[in-house]
Every structure is written in structure tokens, then in C-alpha cells.
Design a protein around this ligand. Structure first.
Ligand code: F6P
Length: 326
């Protein structure tokens, strides 16, 4: 079916884990095997590549993992791979294991590493996996939907207790540099306010919103704060408490809970489609690209375009979050 001379590929997960990485690994392994391509699993991301932590993967090795969060290949953040010597060492390891191309499932930093390999002669296909949804060129990354569902579940529960005690809750979502999760959560959880890294929100505005909610007789006030926001949830809560804005305030940092759990149906299907397409792109000679969800289609987008551009948040959704918070 496909034209390729590649006989052996590697597959790895890298950077922060994301629910859905396992279904992606499964799809890569089974699609490759069904095309007569051998698959080697690279453990612990670039750390494992540098240190030759490789293992052969057969169809049974990826059985029973569709519903599992995390990544069976484990993951890591490697400083050594960022250096030219580290990259040369990794390439030597790949070559001695007979790995001719690599599928890399991960976020922005992992795809930047993938581009380095591609530029030095190792064919690479990237698959976007990050709960932050901060990767340029794809509508969605693996793990975003599951993380959002975790956030929704948590905020719904927090609202119950907030209403019972007439309290304001500052809920911190993940997203080091990107407010995607916070904005979406703000809309779908009916938050009174959403604070994100992309915009400066003066404290006075926050205090006003909380006080206003109290005066209008709301039984609770939910403020979603993205991790990377200029003022963090604890600082905001302390200042609000000091000002006596009506509600008593509490903080919940959702943290790494958002990265775990079994992938949703959406994430399993997206990850599976990405995995199948990654192998198809590789076998048809389209390398140095990322599988990107564009509308309903999965298209190949050059890694250089992906890593040299910043994804921006939808102004429409930010506006929506503001309007509906009234
Ligand atoms: O990039 C994904 C992410 O979960 C960010 O939202 C968060 O800032 C970061 O990873 C946390 O990294 P670590 O798991 O290394 O603490």
C-alpha cells in the first residue's frame, strides 16, 4: 500500500504526560506492524533515547492500554538532549539499535527536539500531546478533553460546597503559559471570572467582581485562575480576604490531578487517529511533520511551522467567558 524503505521505527512519549498517550502508542504500534514495520518503544522520552532504553513492541505489548492514563513508555524532561552533544549521542543510540525513524508524542519542547533530530537526518513525525492545548497548528492536542472533564467535575463539586457555605473559591487550573483550560472551564462551569496569563487582570477588577456577585445575592463565586496568571490563586485569595469582599474565600489548586485519569472517548479517538496517520505519513515519505487536527481532518504540518509559532487563544471564547459571567 505504501512506498517506503523504512523497516524499523521508534515510538516515544516525552514531556508532561497526557491522558490519551497510550491509545496513540497502541495505534502507532499496530498500524506499523500491520504494514510490516518493526516497532521499538523508547522509554523515558529523550532520556531513554540518550541511554538506549529500547524495547521491541509487539501487538500484545499494547493490549489493554486504551483506557489507561499516563504512558506505558513513561516520560521525562531531558536537559541533556537540548545540547548538540546530547543530540549526537541520541542519534548514535538510534542508529545502533537500527531505528530509522521516530514517532514522538509530546508537547512543544518535545516537538522542538523532534525538529532537531529531523534536521540531523532522522525522519520524525510528531503527535501533539499536552493538556495545555498550547501547540500551534492543531485544534486539539491529546489529553485536553480529559483534563477539561476532570476540571469540570472538580468545579461542579466545589460549587456545591461553595454555595452551602456562601464562599468564593479560587480554582487554579494547569497551563504554565496558556489560559486555554481556564477559559474553557470558565465558560462550561459558569465561573464568575477567569484569569489567564495572556491578559493582565488588575486586582481591583477581581475584587469588584467578587463583591458584585455577593451584593447581587449569589450563593457562591467561582474564579478560575490559570497557573501562569500574573497573580496566583493564593495571592488573590489573601488579598480578597483582607479586603472583606463579602464572601469568605478558599483556594483549590487542581494540580497534577488534571494530568491523570482514563482518557475520554474523544481523547481515545483523537489519539488513535493521530497514531494511525503518523505511521501513514511516515510510510508515504512525509516526515518532519506533526499530525494536526484541522477541522475534521488530520493533516501534516511541518514541525518548523509548529515550533516557530505561538498558538493564541480565541478572542471569541475569552469574550464569551466574560459575557456569561454576569
Ligand atoms: O505542560 C503541561 C503541564 O502540565 C503544565 O500545565 C504545567 O505547568 C507543567 O506541565 C507541570 O510540569 P511538571 O509535571 O514537570 O511539574
Amino acid at each position: 500500500m505504501f512506498k517506503t524503505s523504512i523497516r524499523t521505527i521508534g515510538v516515544m512519549t516525552s514531556g508532561g504526560d497526557a491522558p490519551g498517550m497510550n491509545p496513540a502508542i497502541r495505534a502507532v504500534v499496530r498500524t506499523a506492524l500491520s504494514n510490516g514495520i518493526r516497532v521499538i518503544g523508547i522509554e523515558d522520552g529523550y532520556e531513554g533515547m540518550l541511554n538506549g532504553r529500547f524495547r521491541e513492541m509487539g501487538p500484545r505489548d499494547v493490549g489493554g492500554i486504551l483506557q489507561r492514563g499516563g504512558t506505558i513508555l513513561r516520560t521525562a524532561r531531558s536537559m541533556e538532549f537540548k545540547t548538540p552533544e546530547g543530540q549526537r549521542k541520541a542519534i548514535r543510540q538510534l542508529s545502533s539499535a537500527g531505528i530509522e525513524a521516530v514517532v514522538i508524542i509530546g508537547g512543544d519542547g518535545s516537538l522542538t527536539g523532534g525538529l532537531k533530530l529531523q534536521e540531523q537526518g532522522v525522519p520524525v513525525i510528531g503527535i501533539p500531546g499536552s493538556i495545555d492545548n498550547d501547540i500551534y497548528g492543531t485544534d486539539m492536542c491529546i489529553g485536553v478533553d480529559t483534563a477539561l472533564n476532570t476540571i469540570v467535575d472538580a468545579i461542579d463539586k466545589l460549587r456545591d460546597t461553595a454555595s452551602s457555605h456562601n464562599r468564593a473559591f479560587l480554582v487554579e487550573t494547569m497551563g504554565r503559559d496558556c489560559g486555554y483550560l481556564a477559559v474553557q472551564a470558565g465558560i462550561i462551569c459558569g465561573a464568575e471570572m477567569t484569569i489567564i496569563p495572556e491578559y493582565e487582570t488588575p486586582f481591583e477588577e477581581v475584587a469588584e467582581a467578587v463583591e458584585d456577585a455577593y451584593k447581587r445575592g449569589k450563593s457562591h463565586c467561582i474564579i478560575v485562575v490559570a497557573e501562569g496568571a500574573k497573580m496566583n490563586a493564593n495571592e488573590l485569595a489573601a488579598k480578597l480576604q483582607e479586603m472583606n469582599v463579602g464572601f469568605d474565600t478558599r483556594v483549590t489548586v487542581l494540580g497534577h490531578v488534571q494530568r491523570g485519569g482514563k482518557p475520554t472517548a474523544f481523547d481515545r479517538f483523537l489519539a488513535t487517529r493521530f497514531g494511525v496517520k503518523a505511521v501513514e505519513f511516515l510510510l508515504s515519505g512525509q516526515t518532519g511533520v506533526m499530525t494536526a487536527l484541522t477541522g475534521r481532518d488530520i493533516t501534516p504540518l511541518p514541525l518548523a511551522t509548529v515550533v516557530n509559532n505561538r498558538r493564541t487563544l480565541s478572542e471569541e471564547y475569552i469574550k464569551m467567558a466574560r459575557i456569561l459571567a454576569r
